[in-house]
Design a protein around this ligand. Structure first.
Ligand SMILES: Nc1ncnc2c1ncn2[C@@H]1O[C@H](COP(=O)(O)OP(=O)(O)OP(=O)(O)O)[C@@H](O)[C@H]1O
Length: 255
């Protein structure tokens, strides 16, 4: 069984008064195997954020299901959702989502604080992880005292503190310069090699070219999927660029 199974997701946003409605997802199905590194791409408005919000249990679909290790997250009782997210998912966002008044260390400890872990346990978990991500020397600094790349690596460290089955990343390189982007993509590749399952939404062809599979969404449906096979990052980059051209020119990928 796949680690993540997304079945026939449909999402219709209704306005409060029930007048206009927008269909953001029509019929999205795909699965993710343990240890896969999946990138999701698509034009603005194609439904990527809607999909990610449903996968993150931040929103519920109109119909369809999302099974993580066999558990349907679209069906979780409201009071269990926060704990489920904390125990099973790690999140990385474009704008880091660090608390400005907390040091990087305290930001990183947060998921374990919320889970009621002991301080020694937090330190024992955080320090080797921070070292692996190259931020061990800035742990006691505040977000405004470090670079964007260091902030994002702190956010990744925080996301890994509870050993998530699935790391969800929303445009993780979107606010980074090219050097910090390369460093972050290197971190993601190393995590993938170590067995971490990653699902990343991105507009960046370069970021997606590091993934093991790229899924393209168009108008709320899966348009196409690219598998890395034995391709290098450069070859993947070219294949992604070609698919994006088809996507934006309205071509049929089977042509
Ligand atoms: N809360 C909402 N209420 C009504 N419509 C919404 C809502 N959120 C998104 N939509 C609509 O659903 C469609 C898909 O939006 P979504 O944000 O998922 O796209 P996206 O692919 O993430 O776009 P972007 O790349 O610009 O972030 C769009 O037509 C959008 O206007």
């Amino acid at each position: 069984m796949a680690m993540l199974e997304v079945n026939c997701l449909e999402k219709i946003y209704k306005t409060r008064l029930g007048g206009n409605q927008v269909q953001a997802l029509w019929d999205v199905s795909f699965s993710v195997e343990q240890g896969e590194y999946l990138a999701i791409m698509g034009e603005s408005g194609s439904g990527k954020t809607t999909l990610l919000n449903i996968l993150a249990a931040l929103d519920r679909p109109t119909s369809g299901s999302v099974l993580l290790d066999g558990c349907d997250i679209t069906d979780l009782p409201e009071k269990e959702i926060s704990k489920f997210r904390r125990d099973h998912l790690g999140f990385v966002f474009q704008d880091f989502n660090l608390l400005d008044t907390f040091s990087l260390r305290d930001n990183i400890y947060l998921p374990m604080v919320l889970a009621g872990k002991k301080p020694e346990e937090m330190k024992a978990k955080a320090e080797p992880l921070a070292k692996r991500l190259g931020i061990e020397d800035v742990l006691d600094k505040f977000p405004y005292e470090v670079s964007g790349g260091q902030k994002q690596r702190a956010a990744v460290t925080r996301a890994l503190m509870m050993d998530p089955e699935l790391l969800l990343a929303d445009e993780p390189t979107g606010a980074l310069d090219s050097k910090a982007t390369d460093e972050l993509l290197q971190v993601f590749s190393e995590l993938h090699t170590a067995g971490q399952t990653i699902l990343m939404v991105t507009h960046s062809t370069k970021a997606a070219s590091h993934a093991s599979r790229v899924l393209f969404i168009k108008d709320g449906e899966v348009f196409h999927q690219l598998y890395r096979g034995n391709s290098t990052n450069e070859e993947m980059y070219q294949k992604i660029a070609n698919t994006l051209t088809l996507l934006t020119t309205g071509g049929d990928e089977n042509e």
